[in-house]
Design a protein around this ligand. Structure first.
Ligand SMILES: [Cu+2]
Length: 401
């Protein structure tokens, strides 16, 4: 009974308002990555800070539905101009990152992309300057637009426990020589970069190849809906084969929910496509999902990976979000209780009875990282502790014994 009540309280009390989200993104062409613990290749890539090296793929960009997003893209590549194209996102042309239609960013310059985060779902971003070369060089990553209610796939959608993301790609090391990464970037030369016939030898999931993927895993929770976001930014097709221990239900494609979801044991994802899948498993254990990379010219499979899946008992996203916001101890309490705020102090804390009526308010000037509250004059029973932040209210139950 308590569990059900607790769940209802949380859902009804987490309110979210639209807000501004600012992202700094740096583009560079001076970094190297080691593929599969064996081969160093030079890349072009994105990173979130000046000091962090760029990697393959670029950082995951997470927006919240309805928020006003501003991406400040800097180019410190000492080479060609770059952009961020938001593949599949409904943004206007001026902010779409296609050089001729919006703008590109030259070395030691920067530019802003501004938009309201649209439909929740799974998207891709990549550079749109000489796309085939800059994308192969490493300029790509996944975009997640989270719904306003983070425990759902979309408003009124599936309740999910965990959220996993995999973006696939390939690397042809011959496309990563200095002469290509430093290609001529005068306006006329830009689109005439000489590259060899594409013949990839590394097939990557989240940047991990056949050897290095073994110590990575999708972690899912037994008995719950687990979201898996898949995107393919390579030039090859992917065939995903889901293990029998996990029921895979395909629920959305290219950022839009499917009119009818379907259960599948495999799924083909072509370059640029994205899918959202629910994984369900009733048994704890380890398994793996096969990813086959096939040439679109020959249809032949040239790479295979086994991406590990661990089925475990995992606390829900909602629980994680709340436990990362604040905790209450001891709980149950007798004469006093401590509220421990993790990253941010709330504007106020309300102690409410079980019907939600506020019986005491702790004002901001009395709130510290660890705030002690005397409970000796509260009657025994259940109470609600509401922490009021600028953009949300987070509530936890407190029991007085
Ligand atoms: Cu670029």
């Amino acid at each position: 009974m308590k569990k059900v009540l607790f769940f209802l309280i949380i859902i009804s009390s987490v309110s979210v308002f639209s807000q501004d989200e600012k992202f700094l993104v740096i583009s560079r062409n001076t970094d190297y990555v080691q593929l599969d613990d064996t081969t160093n290749v030079r890349i072009m890539g994105y990173t979130r800070t000046l000091s962090a090296p760029s990697k393959i793929p670029g950082p995951l960009l997470v927006f919240t539905e309805g928020d006003s997003v501003e991406i400040d893209l800097w180019n410190v590549s000492q080479g060609a101009p770059h952009t961020i194209h938001l593949h599949g996102l409904d943004v206007n042309q001026a902010n779409d990152g296609v050089p001729m239609l919006s703008f590109d960013v030259a070395h030691m310059d920067h530019g802003f992309y501004r938009f309201k985060a649209p439909e929740p779902g799974t998207y891709i971003y990549h550079c749109h300057v000489t796309s085939s070369v800059h994308v192969q060089a490493g300029m790509y990553g996944m975009v997640v637009v989270r719904p306003k209610y983070p425990e759902l796939t979309w408003e009124g959608g599936y309740e999910i426990t965990v959220d996993n993301q995999i973006i696939t790609s390939e690397v042809d090391v011959d496309w990563h020589h200095d002469s290509i990464i430093e290609h001529d970037h005068t306006a006329t030369a830009l689109h005439q970069v000489k590259v060899p016939v594409y013949d990839p030898t590394f097939f990557l999931a989240n940047g991990y190849g056949f050897n290095s993927v073994t110590d990575k895993a999708i972690e899912i929770s037994t008995g719950n809906n687990n979201l898996l976001r898949l995107a393919n930014i390579g030039n090859y097709g992917n065939k995903f084969i889901f293990p029998q221990s996990v029921k895979a239900t395909i629920i959305s494609s290219d950022g839009r929910r499917l009119p009818a979801e379907y259960i599948a044991d495999s799924l083909i994802i072509l370059p640029g496509e994205r899918f959202q899948i629910l994984l369900n498993s009733s048994q704890l254990g380890n398994d793996s999902m096969a990813i086959k990379y096939f040439s679109l010219n020959t249809q032949l499979v040239e790479g295979v990976q086994n991406y590990p899946i661990i089925v475990d008992v995992i606390e829900s996203i909602e629980d994680k979000m709340i436990s990362s916001t604040f905790s209450i101890y001891p709980n149950p309490a007798t004469s006093q209780v401590n509220f421990d705020f993790k990253n941010e102090l709330p504007n106020e804390v309300e102690i409410a009875d079980i019907n939600g009526r506020t019986i005491h308010t702790i004002r901001k000037d009395s709130i510290q990282k660890t705030t002690t509250f005397i409970t000796s004059n509260l009657m025994r029973g259940e109470y609600l502790i509401k922490c009021v932040y600028n953009a949300k209210v987070v509530t936890l139950p407190l029991i007085i014994e």
